[in-house]
Design a protein. Structure first.
Length: 241
């Protein structure tokens, strides 16, 4: 067993990220932190705790207190927990691994990830009923990430590649800016990435092979908390932003 379990509390969330920032002060509606072992479960019901490297993960509790946990009822589609070098993450196989959620509102979202593999078409990282983040890897995309309308992509400025570890953020409810590692990286509008077909979290049809270190979702924009959120998630991924 791993001796890395932590109590779920505002204080612990702050200590595990930017020491000067508590993500709960940003009034999020979901916080997922893979460093908090006590929030990880092997089953979707949350009855079998994750205790060791390579355990499957069927549920990730929401540390905001809002109950917006991530889950997967199909055992074969669960990502795998790993830890090494002081980092903690979920590994997605890029084939059918998927975590679902029940968030059905627009908002701002940020995730700390590392790309492990890229497909030959657009590849979903996260989706809500009103927006989604994805790596656009098809012809002419240059491996850029952005949103997808179902017909054309609206990529941000940076290209993603295998082994790219970064914090990606879409900041705004219906329109706003992309950020990559807290650097402005393009913008999006209400016409992009708003497909109910993509509701459900990490979309398995568009699944990317990746490491997932954590994420924060907020209704509306992060506002003044944008940079602290990026830094906090960057710490989770071993980045100094």
């Amino acid at each position: 067993m791993l001796g890395i379990g932590m109590n779920i509390s505002s204080a612990n969330l702050s200590k595990k990220g930017n020491a000067a920032f508590d993500p709960l002060t940003a009034t999020p509606i979901a916080v997922w932190d893979i460093r908090v072992l006590s929030s990880l479960w092997q089953d979707a019901a949350g009855t079998i705790p994750v205790t060791a490297d390579s355990d499957p993960v069927g549920r990730v509790d929401d540390l905001s207190g809002s109950g917006n946990y991530l889950y997967q009822t199909t055992a074969a589609s669960r990502p795998t927990f790993h830890t090494a070098g002081g980092l903690f993450w979920l590994a997605y196989d890029g084939v059918d691994d998927q975590l679902l959620h029940s968030i059905a509102v627009a908002g701002a979202f940020a995730a700390a990830v590392e790309i492990a593999s890229l497909k030959s078409s657009y590849t979903g990282l996260f989706a809500t009923g009103a927006m989604m983040m994805l790596a656009k890897t098809g012809a002419g995309s240059g491996g850029k990430w952005g949103t997808h309308t179902g017909v054309v992509d609206a990529p941000a400025g940076s290209a993603l590649s295998v082994a790219d570890r970064c914090v990606l953020m879409m900041d705004g409810a219906a329109s706003g800016a992309f950020y990559r590692n807290d650097v402005a990286d393009g913008s999006y509008s209400a016409t992009n990435g708003q497909s109910p077909a993509h509701l459900g979290g990490f979309n398995p049809v568009q699944a990317t092979g990746m490491k997932f270190f954590g994420g924060i979702f907020k209704a509306g924009s992060f506002g003044a908390n944008r940079s602290p959120v990026n830094k906090w998630l960057g710490r989770a991924a071993g980045l100094s932003l």
